[in-house]
Design a protein around this ligand. Sequence first.
Ligand code: C2E
Ligand code: CA
Ligand code: CA
Length: 640
Amino acid sequence: MKLLYFDYAAIVILTILLFTTLIRGLTKGKLNRCYIELIIIGIVSAIADSASAYCDNIRLTNMLVRNLTHYAYLLAHSSNTPLLVIYLMIVSDTDYKMRRFKSILYTLPFATVVASLCINPFTGYIFTINDNYEYVRGPFMPLLYVSAFLYILIAIYYLIRYGSTIGMRRSIGIGSMVPLLLAANLIQLFEPRLLLEMFAYAIAMLLVSSLIHRPEDILDIETGFNNRAACIDDVNRCIKNKKPLEVILINISNYESLRSLINAGDMRSLHKMFTTLINNINRKHDYFAEMFHLGGGVFCLEIDYTWYGIGPKVAAQINDELQKPLNFKSMEIQLAPYVCIANCPADIPDAEALVKFAEEMVSAPYTGDVLLATDIFQKKRYDLIRNLDSIIENALSNHLFQVYYQPIYNINHESFNSAEALIRLIDPEYGFIPPDLFIPIAEKSGAIHRIGAYVLDEVCTFIESPEFKDLGIDYIEVNLSVAQCMRNNLTKEILEIMGKHNIKPSQINLEITETTASNSQEALQENVRQLMDSGIKFSLDDYGTGYSNIERISSLLFDIVKLDKTFVNVAGNNNHDIVLNHTVSMIKDLGMKIVVEGVEDAQLLKRFTDLGCDYIQGYYFSKPIPKLDFIEFIKSKNRA
Ligand code: C2E
Ligand code: CA
Ligand code: CA
């Protein structure tokens, strides 16, 4: 008589486990799916086991039922251990390493079991049901145990080999399965009356569930996707194991502004809407992609290696879907998604860089097209950032810096009467390096002071030159960075350079940024006053970006306020217009002139002209250009 109670207990435990896993939403991704398969196979085995044992106990005479239950059990049970090995490969992210030969080798024990079960009706090698309706083990029955044992050996190998990438907690979770299953297998081999195996299996699955499939570790409550920490873990593990990884990064660039419009409850529903949208695409094509929510409007979709290369297609679909207007609570909402494909580590070397990149990719101009990380974030660029200090030093000693000029249009005079000097660095190895990238580094290293002196000297040389005289340019705007403004003998240095070239103070206008102004310390105030006393005028740069500090704008006597391009480019809406109108009239009331930066089209030109602004700077007229081009440009425009 076989004892069935252990099997019944296994069925109950595994069924509860299946339900709780489904209810907790742990269904997405390869690992969760494999785990669910393990549970289901366990339930099937336990049911078949108890059914067959029950039939044996009562010596059921219906041979079909007798045979069916035994075959079902042996087959389901024999697939437990190979599935466990697959599970381990997924946990350790080494499944991609499965080459054909290895996979044939790994399938061999299971295939042998299946083959011997297939021929069993004719040979009776595995089991037979004799004329007394008794279940009798055949001579090859141990084959099934050998197979299970081999898979357990492979599992042990994986645990030892990849223990460090799997992580301690996970290793313990899976590791505890091995002694449990082994013990149960051995006991049952020698004491077939005790149906212990499935019970041990259920207990092992319970352990795995509590140690590995923990939603609190990896789930993002807001979206039901995996969270940021899970993403970093996953990507790093893939990179460590050299698993090819293709990800799609999504950043809803207007997420913050939507959030300020919509209350928290509604925001959650909106969130749900676009996560469902992404999920549906995923599900429709079954790309086996795993979704991560990195926070705010930033998502990462990891494509399974079996679909490697499908990134551009999926990204295009997601991009199209996200760009369609969403009907939300009688509002029509337009998302501005940045969708980017990246391969790791080819494009982006590690998980932290990936997350940072996903967050910052919105600083690229919005085109609405799918972006390629290779284009934006080449590995080269990463090296570049690391080597910037020496690149800057090299540029200083080899005279690689150049000064470009961007014409500034005077609306009242209908001509160009000033320009902004902007530094350019073209490195022989890395090509064009934008100033936004190297200026902050130069500020930290102190190289900014030599750069600043170089720019001013170039500008003064230009102003002093005969070709400048007839251009009709009254002054040149020169940028001063935060660090420069804090320098003790800044005034002396500037006046010295200007004196050397016989430049009048009115010919130079220094631009300082709003952040500089709001962080202002005594040294800065002192510098600015001294320079102002000597007749040099100042512009407040990038107005509208930082925290507009009323105290600063009114205490320092700026000649000009430059409206920042981000402030200018916001699509006109009612509130924005009100803010803009009042900002313009406030600045005018303070007696300051206004330069509008970043004007790229005629429509913006008209808007700011109508508002009564004084100067326009932007691509609409010209990009920053080299000195000789600038001379040509001004000559042709100012003469006309
Ligand atoms: P900034 O002072 O705000 O300079 C204006 C930036 O806007 C320039 O970028 C210019 O090319 C860009 N720009 C002008 N018109 C348009 C337009 O219509 N559309 C768009 N999208 N952009 C426009 P650039 O040359 O890349 O300079 C970036 C920043 O680097 C500057 O911002 C400034 O903060 C800094 N910088 C540049 N040259 C110097 C310098 O000689 N010294 C210091 N300290 N900083 C500099
Ligand atoms: Ca500037
Ligand atoms: Ca600016």
